[in-house]
Design a protein around this ligand. Sequence first.
Ligand code: ATP
Length: 931
Amino acid sequence: MVPKEHSEQDYSASVQEIYSRYSSGPSGLDPTECLHRLTIYGKNTLIQSKKKSVYIRFFANFTHLMAILLWIGGIVALIAHMPQLAAAVWMVNIINGLFSFWQEFRAEKAADALMQLLPVKVRVIRNGVTIEIAAEDLVPGDLMVLAEGDHISADGRLVEASELRIDQSTLTGESHPVKKTADPSYETDISKIEYQNLVFAGTNVVSGTGLAIVTTTGMTTEFGKVAHLTQGIEEEKSPLQQEMVHVTRMVTIVAVSIGILFFIMLMTLTTVTLAESFIFALGMIVAFVPEGLLPTVTLALARGSQRMAKRNALIKRLSAVETLGCTSVICTDKTGTLTQNEMTITRIWIPGSFFSVTGVGYGPEGEITPDEPANQKNMDALRELFIAGVLCSNARLLAPDSANPQWNILGDPTEAAILVAAEKSGVYYEEESHRFPRVREFPFDSRRKCMSTLHLAENDLICYLKGAPKAVLDISSMVMENGEPVLLTGEKRARIMEVNDSFAEQGLRVLGIARKNIHGDVTPENAEDVEHDMTFLGLVAMMDPPRPEVALAVKKCHRACIRIIMITGDYGLTAKSIARRIGIITSDTPRIITGVELDQMDNNDLKQALSGEVIFARVTPEHKLRVVEVLRETGEIVAVTGDGVNDAPALKKADIGVAMGISGTDVAKEAADMVLTDDNFASIVNAIEEGRAVYANIKKFTGYIFTSNTPEAVPFILFAFSKGRIPLALDVMPILTIDLGTDLVPALALGSEPPEPGIMDKPPRNLREHVITRSLLFRSYLWLGPIQSLAVMSAFLYQYWTNGYWGRIFDLPAQGPLYHSAVGMALAAVVTTQIGNVLAHRTERSSILKIGFFTNRMVWAGIVSELIIIIIVLYIPFFQEIIGTAPFPVENWLFLFAWAPVLLLAEEFRKGVIRMIEKKKGVNNPSGGIA
Ligand code: ATP
């Protein structure tokens, strides 16, 4: 049966009424009923925001400043009786518009595809079993399971709530979390969002747990209604895209000014007609304006994020791609990010005895043996320790089955490790939980660094507790010795910490376990009411090996002058041992600052500490936020990792917030700029490498495009200054052929260059550095540009000189077949020299020999495309007519191709000199990798 329409009175109904109103129950819905409801209510999605209509975006590519200039240019050409030119200019405008639109479209599709990789999941109870489904499959009547850090995906009415607090700021703007309960409410004068028993899509669970019946989904949720209002907000351009808009605008202004100046010169110095002068001036403008730059940048960023996704880093904002390349500090968690988060208990201590545990992984195969022969009392104490450990855990072990041939776990690996070791000694969760049913849990939180549970035992309640040893000791007053609780004296505390430290120094993660009996009828409501006067039972120490790829990634960071700061909730000595093992710390005396010490430091002390090798241990997410803030104050570009709800502020504050895709909460993922699909530190470093590569590639194709501007402009300058006596080697149509034809694919190819060797061997780029630097302009306009111009003019003159005009410059015919074949030569010279140019631009400093000629196949596709276009333009009469070219003798190609390697050789020479200078100066290059 299908539930009735959503009722406004859901808040006043009892839990039973809610179940029957939505034809559901404590076991949730039946899967077939869900499918049926899905057909009626549709998917639980917000109808895709209609960004800007495709048509508007399509036409925008034909109506920007440059396009308008070309439209007008065509009209002037018509008036000047040059219909082919008009048609050609318009045609080129259309091709350019289509190409730009295609690039934007591809970039957008790439971004959408990435979002698909980050599906929103929810837990529901269906047919009595808790399962995870895609949020879009939620239907009214579904029983949603809510826990800390969850993103709520539909509106619902609570049927159960325990310490549930929800951040409703997306709907109300009020960031303080509100407490929620499952009780019916009879208030009538409050808004729907204020009802304590209703939960809403788009909000997040800050703490506690709950169950809610879904009342409405998709666009009919409160969030869906608001989403209607906010749709259409344009996504902000990234700083780099903004810079490109700015650059294109500036260059256009400069080009138009030069064009006007040129127009005036032609009119005053030569006998060229008004219309022709205008067309020539237009040629100058077109020569300088980098028409295809912006869409190519957008596509390069999108491609970069695609490559990052392949290396397990999902980028949520395009601008993060470029910021990543500037990252100077990574603040990282330890557990799960640097380590494998596959815990195995290897050592146990109970007062008086040490035990070793064999076996690796989650399979309960292995043995527990005392270091010295143990008596029955010791063995009982060990059993008691395990009973406390398994009862105070939420993880479950999953036996191998046909789908998963290995032992697996559900829940926290730290807890699972306890279950595994307990089974090795014959203590089973199922049996114990039957004997001592759990009545309450005070969940783990990173501030208390412990968790506790209450269990029924005959007439009493027992509290079991586990947590960081120091935290557990702080709330214990007794210790179990030989089966008897005895006073926990200072000496005994010191002994326990000594054992703890000896484990931690081996890089083991240590937990303390305690218990106590609670007499009386009242079940305590708060953790503080219970967690005191505990009886300490012992320590369990587990190994969590570093991820194998991390040590290499750490080395890479060091070479790239990126600092790594470990900020962990774990104990200092454990953190230090792991940090040393993977190479994060190298000095003998790294500073370890605990959360408590950090609280006593002012910002200046902290800044000072941050300048050396430092580890933050036993800290809370608030401390992490402070470290990030102070680092940013000192000008660092900070990437920070996080997984919990409380990490969200630090993730937001950092330049790059990195959430864990596997172990992270929805809240952390939402706050982050990047999500790691494998939770692995090495993936952050890979993403930084890609980020650097994207930026370098954008510089590469910008430099490439700018280079050919010079040989496009030089013929105009010679023409004007010779008062028209040196014929124009390249006029408007050949220039458009280069800018919007032959240059396009090679530029795109440079946008997809893989990271250059040595890219991680230099310090991070300054965030304020521009793409267009003085050195880029120098390289394009004053180094490669002039060489290319020389090639173009010599090719142009070569055709005249080999046809009876040897040595003459000032009385060459400016029309007729000879002139057009000379233009053909000039155009072909641009193409052949651009071959060397594109290869030269593949690297910034390395020799092409180092990366290999054929490592980017797109570049060769670009070169082939250039050659095909030039052959079409030279040999097909229709295009000869439009572009104004004529064929030249075949042997002239030898002359043209002789120029092809010149730009590449010139660059090899320049790069070689730079490498030599850097080597002399001893620029950071410990691996010698820049070359
Ligand atoms: P990191 O911050 O590097 O991921 P972490 O997981 O050790 O490290 P927290 O989750 O803040 O950081 O845990 C802090 C300490 O609390 C741990 O070192 C451990 O001693 C203890 N602890 C962790 N998980 C549990 C748990 N489920 N129950 C009880 N105590 C725990």
